[in-house]
Design a protein around this ligand. Structure first.
Ligand code: UDP
Length: 245
């Protein structure tokens, strides 16, 4: 499948204007077509703001095969700048769609990241939700150089089609970019807190809040360590507005 989605420039980060169905089809095409290892990122307002201060992250995002519009802020920004942005594609939801398809497509998946024990719990949850799923490996996201070698060897041996990496932003994007050729995994996706939510360690916002585009507020309030990060959204809104020509 040709990459035929429109890319929208938000504060220097190019984001794909895709629906959930298009994003999932795109990811699956990377596997089917046996392309070179592809990187998929989920860009919310905070990630776009980070990229403004972190040239390496900016380069990685702009070289990624697919950057989906995660978060109400990203969708708002695209539309405010006059671009078409079809819908929000939350990283968590995209991961679930891919996991749902995996059994019938015979995709092997690997869960890498989060605190010890979380990836195992996320695997158990996936096995309940998506019967027949083949989670070929799990590893937590806290490692030293020695352990890192073992993680890389394990991923290479298990040969997943999709590697879900939950190391936080920008660690997951940088790690995946640095190791993608060596790993040879068809698709790697940075998924932030997805394994925590699957494991039940972190709650997702109730549906009404997601629909009211208030998920960012919920996350800020539920995780006090993130409260400071709440300011990222108003700053982002202002910066996008000022960038408008
Ligand atoms: N995490 C990790 N290794 C690290 C730092 C973070 O595995 O060195 C995990 C953390 O346990 C959490 C996930 O990365 O499960 C996302 O972290 P956070 O919510 O801070 O990041 P975000 O993606 O929202 O920036």
């Amino acid at each position: 499948m040709e990459q035929n989605t429109k890319r929208v420039n938000i504060l220097g980060v190019t984001v794909d204007s895709v629906t959930m169905a298009e994003a999932v089809a795109q990811v699956e095409s990377y596997i089917e077509e046996k392309n070179a290892p592809s990187l998929v990122a989920t860009a919310n307002a905070e990630m776009i703001m980070n990229a403004g201060r972190d040239a390496e992250l900016m380069r990685i995002l702009n070289s990624a095969q697919l950057v989906v519009p995660d978060g109400a802020g990203t969708v708002w920004a695209a539309r405010h700048l006059g671009y078409e942005m079809k819908e929000r594609v939350a990283g968590f939801d995209m991961a679930q769609e891919l996991l749902k398809d995996a059994p019938q497509k015979n995709y092997r998946v690997y869960f890498f990241g989060s605190a010890p024990g979380i990836a195992e719990k996320a695997k158990e949850k996936a096995e309940k939700l998506y019967p027949g799923i083949n989670v070929v490996g799990v590893h937590d996201g806290y490692f030293d150089a020695e352990e890192e070698k073992k993680i890389i060897a394990d991923i290479k041996e298990k040969k997943p089609h999709i590697l879900f990496a939950a190391l936080g932003v920008p660690k997951q994007e940088k790690w995946l970019f640095r190791h993608k050729e060596e790993l040879g995994v068809p698709v790697s996706i940075g998924v932030g807190g997805t394994l925590d939510v699957m494991a039940g360690a972190v709650k997702r916002a109730p549906l009404w809040m997601q629909k009211a585009q208030l998920e960012w507020l919920f996350r800020g309030l539920m995780q006090p360590k993130r409260a400071g990060r709440l300011m990222a959204l108003p700053k982002f809104v202002l910066k996008v507005h000022l960038s408008k020509k």
